[in-house]
Ligand binder design. Structure first.
Ligand SMILES: Nc1ncnc2c1ncn2[C@@H]1O[C@H](COP(=O)(O)OP(=O)(O)O)[C@@H](O)[C@H]1O
Ligand SMILES: [Mg+2]
Length: 235
């Protein structure tokens, strides 16, 4: 069954003349690891936001597990299916305290407060940040901030994670942490949509970062990103 379906989708920003995404169709199955790769301005962020339902198609249809991303009444259900982490770590975190940040997402999807602590503890464990509940988000490294953002998505129980150039602001260690985590979450069954800017990313990334995305170890002549369960969409 298709989990994510884009059918002839077009999007244009207000006041602009060019459609960054035009008549675009794509189907993604549950458990796939899809890499959106392209240069600056190729439309990666626009597509990532469309899939996550942050922006709505001007034309065409996007469904996530049969939920139309345009449907206002299904908004809460959509939030439980898919969430996005953005490129700039500080854009992903709203509160000073890690706990409050994760609790905010849970409140938004109406999870009762008495369940928050257990869910947050478990989500932090999954991203290797156990015990950080009371830490200030300002004191975290970029990689840790992105891991907290991913913990927020896991806390909400989203099976689909959209990561829009999540490592482009990170140092080598941070990049590795995030790629390894996304890879691990995919192995655990999450559907991952990762956008990557091939120009900036592959030059600075440690080679193993993109290895997860290769079909076979010998497939090294370019930085194409394939997984056995996944594929690359070039934008
Ligand atoms: N908020 C915005 N308002 C107007 N134009 C935008 C906005 N965001 C992106 N664009 C334009 O849309 C196109 C695609 O951008 P984007 O999706 O951000 O690409 P990428 O993430 O691959 O760099 C670019 O031409 C960009 O200038
Ligand atoms: Mg972008």
């Amino acid at each position: 069954m298709q989990m994510i379906s884009l059918d002839n989708v077009s999007y244009i920003y207000r006041g602009q003349k060019v459609y960054p995404i035009e008549n675009f169709s794509l189907e993604i199955k549950k458990g796939e690891f899809v890499v959106l790769k392209g240069t600056n301005g190729s439309g990666k962020s626009t597509l990532a936001k469309l899939i996550a339902g942050v922006i709505k198609p001007r034309k065409g249809l996007i469904t996530i597990n049969d939920i139309n991303t345009k449907s206002r009444k299904d908004f809460l259900d959509l939030r439980k299916e898919v969430s996005i982490i953005f490129q700039h770590p500080e854009h992903n975190l709203l509160f000073d305290k890690v706990y409050d940040d994760l609790a905010f997402g849970l409140t938004n999807i109406k999870i009762p407060k008495d369940q928050h602590k257990e869910i947050i503890t478990s989500a932090l464990k999954k991203v290797g940040m156990s015990g950080y509940e009371q830490h200030s988000t300002y004191d975290l490294s970029g990689g840790q901030k992105q891991r907290i953002a991913i913990a927020g998505i896991l806390a909400m129980g989203c099976p689909i994670i959209v990561a829009d150039e999540p490592t482009s602001m990170l140092d080598t260690q941070g990049k590795e942490e995030i790629y390894n985590l996304l890879w691990e979450l995919n192995k655990q069954g999450h559907t991952i949509i990762l956008s990557t800017n091939i120009q900036s990313e592959t030059r600075t990334s440690p080679p193993q970062c993109l290895n997860f995305a290769r079909d076979t170890p010998s497939d090294t002549n370019d930085n194409s990103c394939y997984t056995k369960k996944g594929r690359v969409i070039s934008l």
